[in-house]
Design a protein around this ligand. Structure first.
Ligand code: AKB
Length: 357
């Protein structure tokens, strides 16, 4: 739907509609987030920006879907003229495998794109005299374990450990976390001094995310959802990692809940700007075993891709998310058992049986 800023005549203020902006809304997280925000009675309408046209399955839930590039300053300026942006969920990014294939483009999209959005948030906060919440999904990719021995021997990794990413995507996310913290502190100081309002930057480091409703692309944790979706579709599948490959995972509804919960919590309760969140860890073969319980004829084997294996081997096997639990009550609904029995298997089965996949 197209909405225009309302002009109240010469010398009068332009009334802009208050909205939430989601970038990269066509991705898996975006799909879930759009639906959840639509159902929240207190949430302002959502405007989305994505490089591709918004999927028809979610386009009915947004005020406006803009097809465009976060690197297009003119587009962002026009957006700000038209809407009062209350909060930004900045999901747009090239994921780890895509970013390794085009590292310079990844840097432009992931870093310069984030800078553009932070600049927009800061200008908006200044204009309306109230902070703008900036919710940033970061990733397990910011970590870099030295080798497999260290990865498996290490206790769950907390936020300030092993910050040695080996991928362009991991470097981009880690840097943007720091720039977001800078914006938050710098502009909070402006607010304290009475010189304006600031960006309220909050980030989550997600593990591998798995959705029953959508299939991922461009990530390295994609091997897990690929195994599950292929089995449900009745297709033979070769996973691109070794069977012992282990990282933490989370179901998509928990990921969306985590973003909304972090956005909702009072700033005073937060002791940091970046939080780990996690649900459970499984190896690729443990995932395949659970899949075979429900799809006994699933044909799953392993054909590791050296580059992608190296990436996933550098990510921790387990994350310590105690700070999120303590500060804002984070707790996933889906452990490994419930993830399969209550979410993945019923929803994926329904999806492939109905032919909607
Ligand atoms: C990826 O694989 O790149 C993402 C991530 C773990 O951030 N899913």
């Amino acid at each position: 739907m197209q909405t225009k800023a309302k002009h109240r005549g010469r010398n009068q203020k332009v009334i802009r509609e208050k909205v939430i902006l989601i970038t990269g809304a066509n991705g898996e997280v975006g799909h879930g987030l759009i639906r959840r925000l639509y159902d929240l009675p207190s949430a302002p309408p959502v405007v989305v920006l994505d490089i591709n046209e918004l999927d028809r399955t979610v386009s009915g839930y947004v005020r406006e879907a803009i097809t465009g590039d976060i690197l297009d300053d003119g587009l962002l300026n026009r957006l700000a003229e038209q809407y009062e942006i209350d909060a930004i969920y900045h999901l747009a990014a090239l994921l780890s495998t895509s970013a390794e294939r085009q590292p310079e483009r990844a840097h432009r999209v992931n870093v310069e794109g984030t800078m553009n959005l932070l600049r927009l948030a800061s200008a908006e906060a200044g204009q309306r005299g109230e902070p703008v919440k900036f919710i940033f999904p970061s990733s397990i990719a910011v970590y870099g374990m030295a080798d497999i021995a260290e990865k498996h021997a290490a206790p769950p990794i907390s936020e300030d450990q092993h910050l040695n990413p080996i991928t362009m995507y991991g470097c981009n996310k880690l840097y943007c976390e720091h720039v977001g913290r800078y914006y938050s502190q710098h502009y909070r100081q402006l607010a304290t001094d009475g010189r304006g309002a600031g960006v309220d930057f909050r980030a989550l480091r997600f593990p591998g995310l798995i959705s029953a409703l959508t299939t991922p692309s461009g990530g390295t944790s994609d091997y897990a959802p690929e195994i599950i979706h292929a089995a449900a579709a009745g297709e033979a599948h070769s996973a691109f990692v070794r069977p012992d490959t282990t990282i933490p995972f989370m179901m998509m509804p928990d990921a969306v809940d985590a973003l909304l919960a972090l956005a909702d919590v009072r700033r005073e309760r937060l002791t940091r700007t970046v939080y780990n969140v996690s649900a459970f860890s499984l190896s690729a073969e443990q995932i395949a075993e659970r899949v075979r319980v429900h799809f006994p004829s699933a044909r799953i084997d392993y054909a590791p891709d050296a580059g992608r294996q190296r990436v996933v081997d550098s990510w921790p096997a387990r994350l310590d998310d105690r700070r999120a639990r303590q500060d804002w009550g984070w707790s996933p609904v889906y452990d490994a058992e419930r993830a399969f029995s209550d979410y993945l298997i019923p929803m994926i089965t329904a999806r492939y049986q109905s032919g909607s996949a």
